[in-house]
Write a protein that binds this ligand. Structure first.
Ligand code: UDP
Ligand code: MG
Length: 314
């Protein structure tokens, strides 16, 4: 049974060879038939050259997809799984933070229970800053309350999947891709195993706190319509509160002769209501912008080059 590794690469020049060697060291002899599908996601360093060299040495095991520019990891994963030829497909990072030896464990888990369609690894201990870790935990709590599908805290895209699940994911060609949600949405029997994430030795992470927040908003908007309903709730509540406030003012004036000092109250109310309206419009805007982009039906990625043996070019 063929095993395909799908490896998104963005500026990973120092890691390409190390990754390739680690995979060979781990799988030569263990799995006779495997391929590595590298996706060069618009790297600006020497990643492209390294990949070409690798393909020249080992075209039977290596495929190289080169994007016309950086489309992001989500697009790179989609391209990789679309071109992978294995019955089993493993998505793994190029930086060796996710060690190929964990894939051996995944294979074992899959071999032991034939009903398992996917083995996903989650980080046993997060090795990242407190701020990032806190934001991530909060995000998982929030999204699990909002969305219909389950999101497992710490689970990354690092996983091994059987062909039917891979085909299901390929069939979801939405523009705003949020894989963690897509993996859950397609269903299938997924087993989670813990793994120790390694330190990145070369290059640097492509995630900043701001990028993570944007990604989180994408996730919520892609998998839940609750914010839209919440904004209606906020509107109703503030309207009800303002009517109650008006009644209180009238009663105070009519029955107790108290004049309500108006200026400050009006300023506060106008600011509050104005802010709330803009906030709710912003939520609406997030959904509309996603519809706008999706309605253009643009491809998820543009391939500049596809290095592959046989007639599989596409
Ligand atoms: N990556 C990519 N395109 C991007 C950003 C990242 O293909 O726009 C790849 C990157 O080369 C790596 C993987 O996605 O193989 C994970 O990225 P990174 O190590 O920066 O994420 P982290 O491990 O810090 O979550
Ligand atoms: Mg990494």
């Amino acid at each position: 049974m063929k095993l395909s590794f799908v490896v998104p690469c963005f500026n990973e020049e120092e890691n390409i060879n190390r990754f390739y060697e680690e995979v060979n060291k781990t799988f030569c002899g263990l799995v006779p038939d495997y391929e590595i599908v590298f996706v060069n996601d618009g790297s600006t360093d020497k990643t492209g050259e390294e990949l070409k060299k690798l393909y020249a040495c080992d075209s039977s095991r290596v495929q190289v997809l080169t994007f016309s520019r950086n489309f992001g990891k989500e697009a790179a994963m989609y391209a990789g799984i679309s071109k992978a030829r294995g019955e089993l497909v493993c998505i793994i990072d190029a930086d060796l933070q996710q060690h190929p030896s964990v894939v051996v464990e995944m294979l074992k888990e899959m071999g032991e229970d034939s009903s398992v369609d996917c083995v996903a690894a989650y980080q046993a201990n997060r090795k990242e800053g407190k701020a990032i870790s806190g934001v991530k935990s909060l995000f998982y709590k929030l999204i699990n309350k909002m969305a219909e599908v389950d999101f497992v805290n710490g689970a990354s895209d690092f996983r091994l999947m059987k062909r039917p699940m891979v085909d299901a994911i390929i069939s979801m060609s939405e523009a705003h891709r949020f894989s963690k949600g897509i993996f859950s949405w397609v269903g299938f029997n997924t087993k989670y195993i813990p793994y120790e994430v390694n330190e990145r030795e070369f290059g640097e992470t492509k995630w900043s706190l701001w990028k993570l927040i944007k990604y989180a908003i994408d996730g919520v908007v892609s998998f839940s319509t609750l914010p839209l309903k919440l904004s209606m709730g906020v509107g109703l509540t503030t309207s009800a509160a303002s009517i109650i406030y008006l009644l209180v003012v009238i009663i105070q004036k009519l029955f107790f002769g108290i004049d309500v000092p108006g200026y400050a109250t009006i300023v506060v109310l106008v600011l509050f209501l104005g802010g709330m309206q803009l906030f709710c419009l912003g939520i609406l805007g997030e959904y509309i912008s996603k519809i706008f982009i999706q309605s253009k039906n643009r491809p998820i990625y543009i391939l500049k080059e596809h290095l592959v043996e046989d007639d599989e070019k596409g």
